[in-house]
Ligand binder design. Structure first.
Ligand SMILES: Nc1ncnc2c1ncn2[C@@H]1O[C@H](COP(=O)(O)OP(=O)(O)OP(=O)(O)O)[C@@H](O)[C@H]1O
Ligand SMILES: [Mg+2]
Length: 255
């Protein structure tokens, strides 16, 4: 079915993906596409399978059946070695930041550059400086993660994700654990980076305010299945009672 493959406009496409973990079906026949250069937001209840889905996009998890395409290339049967160049194109910002505690912020940000074979110290320093500036941590490169606030950690991990100049960034709950002002800052930052670098952006979030700010496209997962996929206005005018309840609860009790 060529319509499900990543063609011209899509960066990712999942086609009939089903995945079980520890004997339990987690993703149920998921078919969706992520447009290139746009922001796609994945929402859904806790345990719906959002993080599991995100991990499929870089081959950290593989489906039992179905296909995962990155620009038309199916990841499902690629070896770990063949996944390396694919992962290089995609930055991943983990929910907890995932920084190395024993390395300074600058060393953390330099890490993926070294991993990808960059050896020139001047070039590394230049790229790290540029990434620090983009997330407004210009003066904080020499600090250790333990001395950063939660919001600074998120920004440092964002800098680490963008330093290799990926075409796409995946964010798992970028605003969780942040106060409303920091959450707003990080949302503005994601939007700005997306626009400036024309990034394909995928954001998993519980935060409906963040969803409304960011989304060109929304995918709503319910018990591992795609319940809705479309634009924000389409989501907001959905007659589906499950979607309506999720939106109503989100208005009342947001992060
Ligand atoms: N490695 C794993 N092994 C076994 N089960 C897993 C694994 N990872 C996730 N699960 C299960 O898969 C389901 C979906 O988990 P997932 O982390 O994707 O949820 P989520 O939608 O991201 O939820 P939250 O909003 O709470 O982060 C859960 O029932 C979880 O227990
Ligand atoms: Mg999750």
């Amino acid at each position: 079915m060529s319509a499900d493959r990543t063609t011209g406009a899509d960066f990712f496409a999942l086609s009939n993906v089903s995945t079980s973990l520890e004997g339990r079906l987690i993703l149920r026949d998921v078919t969706l596409s992520v447009p290139r250069g746009k922001a796609t937001v994945i929402v859904g209840g806790s345990g719906a399978g959002k993080s599991v889905l995100l991990k499929h996009l870089i081959g950290l998890l593989r489906p039992d059946s179905g296909d995962v395409f990155v620009e038309g290339q199916d990841l499902v049967d690629l070896s770990e070695r063949d996944l390396v160049p694919v992962r290089r194109r995609i930055g991943f910002v983990f929910q907890d930041g995932g920084l190395f505690d024993s390395k300074t912020v600058s060393e953390n940000i330099a890490f993926p550059l070294r991993e990808y074979g960059e050896r020139d110290p001047e070039r590394i320093a230049l790229l790290v400086k540029d990434a620090l500036g983009r997330v407004e941590l210009a003066g904080d490169g020499e600090k250790l993660p333990a001395s950063l606030s939660g919001g600074m950690k998120k920004r440092a991990s964002l800098a680490r994700a963008i330093v290799t100049k990926p075409e796409c960034i995946l964010f798992d709950e970028p605003t969780s654990g942040l106060d409303p002002i920091l959450a707003r800052n990080i949302i503005q930052l994601i939007k700005r980076l997306q626009r400036e670098l024309q990034l394909t952006t995928v954001v998993v979030t519980h935060n409906l305010g963040a969803m409304k700010e960011i989304a060109d496209k929304v995918v709503f997962l319910d018990s591992g299945a795609v319940r809705f996929s479309g634009t924000l206005p389409e989501l907001e005018s959905s007659a589906d009672p499950v979607v309506k309840e999720f939106l109503a609860a989100g208005q009342q009790y947001n992060e």
